[in-house]
Design a binder for this molecule. Structure first.
Ligand SMILES: C[S@@+](CC[C@H](N)C(=O)[O-])C[C@H]1O[C@@H](n2cnc3c(N)ncnc32)[C@H](O)[C@@H]1O
Length: 215
């Protein structure tokens, strides 16, 4: 005698999304990553926008501003999120736009890292949770930037270093990973740039973005 099969009850799974508006943020200003004059390759600019947009940090710091393109990209991503602030520091920026255009959520500190990093920290209400280091690319200077950044970031903060393939920057990172409260995350932009120092005829390497996490 055959047994009747047990009828299968279709299980339902309905997910009602959170109403948190940040989940509905749209990358309307992504084009800023393509048009802002930044000292970065296009892949690096898009990465900078995308990481800020995806991580949604509350307090960003940029060390090294020059023409201001990096600041504009970070500001664009924060504006698309409708949250977060940026502090940018440079002893002698050569801005190609009027800072008041981004002053709604960005502050420019005329000063040098690491000596003036406490002034950057004083401009925000809590430790930074996102830092883009793109200042003096010497080994000692870059290591000093990382030391200063360790004091003004919260555990879990993301630290990006531009030109991470530049040997002095690479050495500074290696030393910081040994001595300072940082862990390696990834090299999310493999934009290694083996170019030429025209005056000496020597090959020089720049490019790349390394991502560390404050432990
Ligand atoms: C490569 S450019 C920055 C480019 C910029 N981040 C961008 O995305 O276009 C380097 C800048 O670092 C600045 N700089 C040099 N030493 C510095 C220091 N100790 N602290 C802060 N900025 C510094 C220089 O004045 C220069 O404007």
């Amino acid at each position: 005698m055959s047994q009747a099969a047990t009828p299968q009850v279709a299980s339902t799974f309905t997910f009602k999304s959170s109403d948190d508006p940040i989940l509905r943020a749209q990358p309307h200003r992504l084009a800023t990553a393509l048009i802002a004059h930044a000292d970065q390759k296009p892949r690096e600019r898009v990465l900078l926008y995308a990481l800020v947009f995806a991580l949604a940090p509350r307090r960003c710091l940029e060390i090294g501003v020059r023409w201001g393109g990096g600041s504009r990209i970070i500001h664009a991503a924060l504006s698309d999120l409708s949250q977060g602030v940026l502090v940018s520091i440079d002893p002698s920026p050569a801005l190609e736009f009027d800072w008041s255009l981004i002053a709604d959520r960005a502050t420019l500190v005329i000063g040098s890292s690491p000596a003036d990093l406490p002034r950057c920290r004083a401009a925000v209400d809590a430790p930074f949770d996102f830092v883009f280091i793109d200042g003096d690319h010497g080994e000692k200077s870059c290591h000093a930037d990382l030391q200063g950044v360790a004091d003004i970031t919260a555990p879990g903060a993301s630290i990006l270093l531009h030109d991470a393939y530049h040997p002095p920057v690479d050495r500074a990172i290696t030393r910081a990973l040994r001595e300072l409260p940082f862990a390696d995350v990834a090299m999310p932009a493999t934009t290694r740039n083996d170019g030429l120092h025209v005056e000496s005829g020597r090959t020089m390497t720049f490019g790349g973005v390394r991502w560390l996490r404050r432990t």
